[in-house]
Design a protein around this ligand. Structure first.
Ligand code: HEM
Length: 592
């Protein structure tokens, strides 16, 4: 059953009553007080009247929050002041920055302008907090976990797609999902390595055959297929074969992530899955009032129908297998396929479907993103790629890596950590306060010359925390924070992180920490080992990048990495390279 908070039309209606109907009643009341009737010429006065009511309500709630904050020894965070009423200009600039700016740079500039690590954007008179503060993120995710939840906004936006799955639920329901899923991901499984080998082989053969005839490879697209195929076999026990579809051709791709391949080459499931994510991101960028555009139809529903048509027969088959095992007197044994593992725990097909889709969403683009950015950095830093390759050849040789081999690759792991620091695949998350206001611990050291009274956050308010900026914060990481330097994970600089682990949270932290971390790190390292056994150098192929995906000249005048970037990093649910990443792979002379 849909979560009651996900009924967005109902919420919009109650907003409409609050914003338009209540002022209308007051408007009429004013006339009756003066013993007169509204006439046609006086009707337009209603609009400024409703506007004044909104301002008065806003002013009053700010006043209440300020009073409550002071009584708790706290203060409200700085509020962003735009030029237009309701910060409409900020709203527009934010959308523009999401379309063409450097990832999160717009927010970083705001934090610096206001000398604060937590701010209230106050978009269209609605409180919307943003934070890059390590102490506040720690409070949201770990020490003050019980004061926050995923909240209403997320449920409204993704309910048809993620339903009652782990990403979209809180409290007991979420705990049940987590305990259902965790055992499957918490151990190193031999079967995972078999699948990694199979799909890594297919992926590397594609790279080999293209590079042997001097062609560049759109590696982001290829890696998304690699993770999708491997995940769907591990989760559903079925091959999706997206790696066997036609590949992007230079000059015939367009700018977005999901459009890099002409659409007819992706099968229905993958397309519908991407379609749901696109609808979700459209809602996020439209903000609080997104339901206005979806009054008569829900754009997610057609995609969800396609997904259901694919998943339901698989779930039914799994139930069948379970029944057969039972009738043969066999008990539940350890399962290689996540679907069968779920079918042993519950008889509810909807629970299984939601859980599968949530985990597929979690596991596909994130690992593909990590590998894409590692290959980007290997292309920019040939010396680092050489050092990784030496380590692989020394520790693993030319064979297939084992669990122990993977653990022994210290430098490769440092490269993975450093990539996750500079380009965390999940660059930000959203939470909401519950029915009670909260007071954060004091802010981190970023702007410690200012007022460090703790910050107050009202009840039922969303906050977006941006780990992308925390991971690049010079006050935490030192002046070289934006430099790609894997050695910081091996030399004395590691002490900064050991003393202060919350400055680095690519997999989140606290009770909702990622459950696929181990799986993903194994998969990433496995792929890198096999790749580096075959190829010894990598270079970018900017001539293949589609129009609009090469950094514009004004980026050179930007700060930090923006000035040196050769690609345009951007994000939807996860981080990705705009227009894909075209790379040339050079086969090693003594490849295996
Ligand atoms: C580099 C790869 C990955 C990164 C950086 C990553 C990062 C994250 C982050 C930041 C969250 C918190 C999201 C939130 O609370 O809103 C999360 C949650 C989660 N991740 Fe991952 N993830 C990765 C790979 C995977 C994989 C491969 C799987 C499974 C196959 C997975 C399964 C999950 C699940 C189920 C959750 C929800 C946990 C909960 O809410 O209790 N992740 N991940």
């Amino acid at each position: 059953m849909a979560h009651p908070l996900s009924r967005y039309r109902l919420r919009l209606f109650s907003d409409f009553v609050r914003i338009a109907l209540v002022p209308l009643l007051l408007f009429m009341l004013c006339f009756s007080v003066f013993n007169t009737r509204p006439t046609l010429p006086t009707a337009p006065l209603y609009l400024p009247f409703a506007f004044l009511c909104a301002l008065a309500r806003n002013f009053y709630s700010d006043f209440q929050h300020r009073r409550d904050a002071t009584s708790r020894g706290a203060r409200l965070p700085p509020q962003v002041i735009g030029r237009w009423p309701g910060n409409l200009d900020i709203f527009i600039k934010r959308r523009k920055a999401a379309r063409s700016g450097y990832l999160a740079e717009y927010y970083r500039e705001l934090f610096h302008e206001y000398h604060a690590t937590t701010l209230n954007l106050k978009l269209l008179w609605i409180d919307m907090y943003i934070s890059m503060d390590q102490e506040h993120i720690k409070y949201i995710t770990a020490t003050g976990f019980e004061h926050f939840w995923k909240g209403r906004l997320i449920k409204e936006m993704v309910e048809p797609f993620l339903g009652g799955g782990i990403f979209n639920r809180d409290d007991q329901e979420w705990k049940d999902h987590r305990s259902l899923a965790r055992p499957f991901f918490s151990r190193d499984r031999v079967r995972d390595f078999e699948l990694f080998e199979h799909y890594t082989n297919t992926t590397i053969s594609i790279i080999s055959s293209l590079s042997s005839v001097g062609k560049s490879v759109e590696i982001q697209d290829l890696l998304t297929r690699f993770t999708l195929d491997a995940a769907s076999e591990a989760l559903f026990g079925t091959e999706l074969n997206s790696l066997r579809g036609a590949l992007p051709v230079p000059g015939q791709t367009v700018r977005g992530r999901h459009e890099v391949v002409p659409s007819d080459q992706f099968n229905a499931f993958a397309q519908a899955f991407d379609g749901c994510q696109d609808v979700y991101m459209g809602r996020v960028t439209k903000g609080y009032f997104w339901p206005i555009t979806q009054l008569t139809r829900d754009d997610m529903t057609p995609h969800v129908k396609v997904i259901e048509a694919c998943v339901q027969p698989l779930v039914a088959r799994s139930f069948q297998r379970k029944a057969e095992r039972k009738s043969n007197g066999l008990g539940p044994e350890e399962k290689d396929v996540f679907l069968d593992h779920l079918a042993d725990q519950t008889n509810d097909p909807k629970v299984i479907q939601d859980q599968l889709l949530n985990i597929l969403l979690a596991g596909r683009d994130t690992t593909a993103c990590l590998l894409t950015f590692i290959i980007y950095f290997m292309s920019l830093h040939p010396n680092i790629a050489r050092r990784m390759r030496s380590e692989v050849l020394e520790q693993v040789g030319s064979g297939t890596p084992t669990f122990e081999d993977i653990k022994s690759l210290r430098y490769v792991r440092a490269v993975i950590n450093e990539t996750l620091r500079l380009f965390p695949p999940v660059p930000h998350n959203i939470r909401e306060t519950r029915d009670q206001a909260v007071v954060f611990p004091r802010s981190d050291v970023t702007f410690d010359f200012g007022d460090n009274t703790p910050i107050y956050m009202p009840a039922n308010t969303p906050i977006m925390f941006i780990r992308f900026l925390t991971h690049r914060n010079q006050a935490l990481w030192g002046p070289d924070a934006e430099v790609f330097d894997p050695d910081r994970w091996l030399d004395s600089r590691l002490a900064r992180f050991v003393d202060n682990p919350m400055m680095y949270t690519p997999f989140n932290a606290g009770p909702r920490v990622c459950i696929g971390q181990n799986y993903s790190l194994n998969q990433t390292t496995y792929f890198l080992v096999r790749l580096l056994q075959r190829f010894d150098s990598f270079s970018l192929a900017p001539e293949c990048q589609p129009e609009g995906s090469i950094p514009p000249p004004e980026w050179k005048r930007g700060r930090g990495r923006q000035a040196i970037e050769r690609i345009m990093p951007t994000s939807s649910v996860s981080t990705y390279v705009r227009g894909g990443l075209w790379v040339n792979f050079n086969a090693a002379a003594k490849g295996i």
